[in-house]
Design a protein around this ligand. Sequence first.
Ligand code: PEP
Length: 249
Amino acid sequence: MVSTRGKLVVGNWKMNGSRAANSVLLDALKASAPYPASVAVCVPAPFLRDVAASLQGSHIAWGAQDCSSHASGAFTGEVSAAMLAEFGCRYVIVGHSERRAMHGESDRLVAEKAARALASALTPIVCVGETLAEREAGQTEAVVSRQLGAAIELLGDAVAQIVLAYEPVWAIGTGKTASPAEAEAVHAALRAQLTAASAAAVDVSILYGGSVKADNAASLFGQADIDGGLVGGAALNAEQFAAICKAAA
Ligand code: PEP
């Protein structure tokens, strides 16, 4: 099957922003359009209404950073995928390493969140990645394969509808980036696992995340199996983020 996957750059604002600052950031991003790639921002849930109003009709999509594994009910503090869909979200990040580490999210729970997202017609951006200790122990491929494997097991052929993000934990917010060759090796292994699971998954975009900046984006995005980026810190700076998006030609 010939792949038609395009480049995608997603900003993860994490727990940052304010209504005033977001408005300035989004105006600047819209002013820098068009971009050669698909672009999205994943924002804190309380900002979704403002962000939707700002980005409606633009070429920039929006999404959230997490969703519940449940459809509805007595889950205080959680936000359902269906609620995110009501605010026009296209994407939702699931299984970010900060949630896996700080909120004890298991591979199975992350897969369940991805399934909920798909049931509400959202595209889950499923994050996988190894810690520094796991990399140094030579376990990188085993770890990411186990994490992706949980999604494949639960989703079956629907895994073809996800976006996958490889984010080595040691590279997130640290200024350390996997070299393009290191990242490409993991992406190629993930691509092989996906296509072995489902022929349709040949079109799954695999994003790299971990200290992507304007000056390293082009070399990372130039790798055969790197289809764009999931960008944290640099997504809060319009000039940096726009330059990263433009590097995804
Ligand atoms: C992230 O939070 O997904 C991320 C990749 O962060 P940073 O770009 O800041 O390393």
